[in-house]
Design a binder for this molecule. Sequence first.
Ligand code: SIN
Length: 297
Amino acid sequence: MSALATSRLVDAPSQSFEIKPFDAPLGAEIIGLDLSQPLNDDDFTRIHRAHLDHGLLVFRDQRITPQQQIDFSRRFGPLQIHVLKQFLLANHPEIFIISNVKENGQPIGLADAGKFWHSDLSYKEIPSLGSMLLAQELPEEGGDTLFASQQLAYETLPAELRQALEGKRAAHSYTARYADEVIAGVIRPTLTEAQLAEVKAVVHPVLRTHPETGRKGLFVNENFTTHILDIPEVESRQILAELFAHSARPEFIYRHQWQPHDMVFWDNRALIHLATGCPTHLRRRMHRTTIQGDVPF
Ligand code: SIN
């Protein structure tokens, strides 16, 4: 369903704002828009169009409350609640905290989220349309996020490989890299039986069509994709290694260097992303909402 169909009708004065595409393969910044104020339907339509055209929008200087972030996110679709319930914001379970901060010796959020390239919630039967990540506290050094266009990745695949991948499906699992992450020193909470039941492996097409633009893209990622179905395991491993390397080529990437009060809204149907991390003694705290998309086809 298109976001326009799900959005509420809002009658409010138009805001004057600018959409400035980045000098990069994707992304644009939105300047002069205040998301703490109601957004009328014409302004919403402009934002929605820009999101489809650029794959990622950076809303500058958003001093908004958790509820305002949730309300704006909901205009694009229903919100998904992350399986790690211990890191949901109190009284606002739609917000997932990504942070290396500890309070009373306990992590307040998921540290080192996104150490491997991924599309949010690709391990769900209905993966995410997009995510909105709002900077709450930024380190003085590091903490950038990289985004890579999987539509450019698809369009530049060698023709023979692209043809061979038509109609192929791959399995995705939330726990695919859990053991590697723990070995690499990343803190990953042990999942309860109930949490494991929430994240059973799923199967998606390797190549997907964007439900709103019709543009085709690659839909595998090194964090969650475990294997391609119906081909020998060795071949699956070799093809996935090739696809993972191709999908993150520098010419597909936009690097986001966070500024205070940035909120970044990216399209998980078109991009993968990676958190580059920051020195462990520096604090980083982000609030993420995740909007439900469609079953990939
Ligand atoms: C994520 O993978 O959603 C987190 C990205 C980040 O913290 O920069």
